[in-house]
Ligand binder design. Structure first.
Ligand SMILES: [Zn+2]
Length: 225
């Protein structure tokens, strides 16, 4: 995509919040778009506004794709891919190249967004790259942002979800709530990382809403400083 297509509009940010069910933050670009123009992938700054380094650059946001990829994960595709990496040197080399491409893309995003290098995460990509597969959503997000031929396992996962989602069609209708007010309170407190299950997220939310915990000194600050 060119710069104009990458730049998030207020409408894009509203759509991302609806897709994720929470306000987005630190989104510097749109990594990939549906044929209709809606975001598929949010590109997050390599350093968040609160100063924390953030290695997961490409975050899959479209609910149709995220749930299709979750089905693959539940079916054990990650284990199978990781085993193939161990015995297929050609695949392993291509996957290592994907890791390098990820780092390169992040460096370019850091430069474009004015954030610059983030030495704390130098050499660290995401999703288990370069040696394992730990989150298919990350690999698919990378494949969608980079285009075919860059991340072999992300490309493969896209082929495996073709019965539920393909690049050439719009699957946005009814995929998220467009009627209600957009989510405005960041209940997540910390930026979520791709790969947390809904159960994990619900547990975290419940823990946060449970009031002050022992050791909190009885004060609630509401937000991290
Ligand atoms: Zn669409």
């Amino acid at each position: 995509m060119d710069n104009a297509q990458r730049t998030p509009t207020p409408q894009d940010l509203d759509t991302l919040s609806r897709q994720l069910g929470r306000p987005v933050r630190d989104v510097v670009e749109i990594g990939a778009r549906c044929v209709c123009g809606n975001p598929l992938v949010a590109t997050t700054a390599p350093r968040l506004g609160n100063g924390i380094p953030f290695p997961t650059t490409f975050y899959l946001t479209h609910p149709v794709i995220t749930s299709a990829v979750s089905r693959l994960e539940a079916a054990g595709v990650m284990t199978e891919m990781t085993e193939r990496l161990a015995r297929d040197p050609e695949l392993a080399a291509a996957y290592r190249s994907a890791h390098e491409a990820y780092l390169q893309a992040r460096s370019e995003i850091g430069a474009r967004s004015g954030i610059g290098d983030v030495p704390e995460i130098a050499g660290v990509s995401a999703g288990g790259m370069p040696g394992r597969v730990k989150c298919l959503h990350v690999l698919v997000g990378h494949s969608l942002a980079a285009g075919p031929g860059v991340n072999p396992l992300g490309d493969e996962a896209l082929e495996l979800i073709a019965q539920w989602w393909t690049r050439d069609r719009c699957y946005c209708e009814g995929a998220w709530d467009v009627q209600s007010e957009a989510p405005s309170k960041d209940l997540s407190r910390h930026t979520r990382t791709q790969g947390l299950s809904q159960a994990d997220l619900d547990a975290k939310r419940a823990a946060r809403q449970g009031g002050p915990r022992p050791g909190d000194g009885g004060t609630m600050t509401g937000e991290d400083a």
